[in-house]
Design a protein around this ligand. Structure first.
Ligand SMILES: *Cc1c(COP(=O)(O)O)cnc(C)c1O
Length: 358
């Protein structure tokens, strides 16, 4: 039996994609072998690699002066790759809005003069600081943000104005869930395992001019220019993950693209937040304007009830609702692949649980 899996990552994949992958598992496209078994230098795999890139370009409307590369190591590796690839003045400004933003900042500080220019820490990360251009150092190489904060459940609303300083964004937990104007960003990176596909592949979208002066000590494996020149095939790529990602891209295109997903995601989020806000039993502390469309943390009146909620929900086929250990409570991750029926099933369970426990 398939369950509704509310895990923050790895997370649900669209059922039609899983079925397609299953049907192609033993013999991909007449090759007589699985994508797992095939040379990444084969024509068949080169087609997968090229289609994954062209579909992502189409879905996100990525301008031609940007490279799109598929690498390994997860978003966490990009925390380090970023200051090693963009380091003209060895200065970078960070907006710290949660756990991953803080990790990115700390990693960068090993390689560059990283400065936290704004933080939501004193507000318990329940909002996003509204940046104004004067807070950035004019000679910073880039400004880093975490666009959607997976653990605390906040998000930026559009790209902040950095008065021309390149903007780098970790979009791991929201890529392809809402429309973003790629041209406002210098770098976008995202691990696949939340909104795109299985863990293993990481997407990097970078303006070509920002790849040209990596640090001399940048490891080859972290160098965007190398991967771009080799079309992400410098060494053995995470081929199976990239293939599943390509199938997800095809599926998203068939669903109507990112705008259609955004509409659906806004409807799902509105239903869940609306229910929580109307309830006297459940609470979400995030300032409404900055609420994530993807990750919805909430608490019941006590920690005991939170624990009971999570275990009873699991018995009802609603899995992985336990909040991150740093914030406690519950968290429902409702990425692209979570259907509206899953959100409705969750709300149905929440109603029942409240009646039985208030
Ligand atoms: C999950 C997550 C990460 C970490 O991703 P890995 O692929 O495990 O390195 C980084 N940033 C954000 C916003 C995330 O949600």
């Amino acid at each position: 039996m398939r369950v509704y899996n509310f895990s923050a990552g790895p997370s649900m994949l669209p059922l039609p994609v899983l079925e397609k992958v299953q049907s192609e598992l033993l013999d991909y496209n007449g090759s007589g072998m699985s994508v797992m078994e095939m040379s990444h230098r084969s024509k068949v795999y080169e087609q997968i690699n090229a289609e994954a890139e062209s579909l992502l370009r189409e879905l996100m409307n990525i301008p031609a002066n940007y490279d799109v590369i598929f690498v390994q190591g997860g978003a966490s590796t990009q925390f380090e790759a970023l200051p090693l690839n963009i380091c003209t003045n060895k200065k970078a400004d960070y907006i710290v809005t949660g756990v991953f933003a803080e990790k990115a900042f700390k990693e960068a500080a090993k390689f560059t003069d990283a400065k936290c220019v704004a933080s939501s820490k004193d507000k318990g990360h329940t909002c996003i600081p509204v940046p104004d251009a004067s807070m950035f150092r004019p000679d910073a190489d880039y400004v880093h943000i975490c666009y959607n904060n997976t653990i605390v459940g906040t998000r930026f609303r559009g790209a902040p104005d950095t008065s021309g300083i390149p903007l780098a964004a970790d979009m791991s937990s929201m890529i392809l869930s809402e429309a973003v104007d790629v041209s406002k960003f210098g770098v976008i990176y995202a691990g696949a395992q939340k909104n795109v596909g299985p863990a293993g592949v990481t997407i990097v979208i970078v303006k070509k001019e920002l790849t040209l002066n990596p640090s001399p000590s940048c490891p080859t494996m972290l160098k965007w220019a190398t991967e771009a020149a080799e079309h992400s095939l410098y060494n053995t790529p995470p081929a199976f993950s990239t293939y599943v990602a390509m199938e997800v891209f095809r599926h998203l295109k068939a669903m109507g693209g990112v705008k259609a997903m955004q509409k659906l995601n806004e409807e799902k989020a509105a239903l869940l937040y609306g229910y929580i806000d109307n309830s006297k039993f459940y609470t979400n502390k995030v300032v409404p304007e900055f609420r994530s469309l993807m990750n919805v943390p909430f608490v019941s009146p006590s920690e005991e009830l939170d624990a009971k909620f999570v275990s009873e929900a699991a018995k009802a086929g609603l899995l992985s609702l336990k909040g991150h250990r740093l914030v406690g409570g519950m968290r429902a991750s409702i990425y692209n692949a979570m259907p509206m029926e899953g959100v409705k099933a969750l709300i149905g369970f929440m109603e029942k649980f409240e009646l039985q426990n208030k």
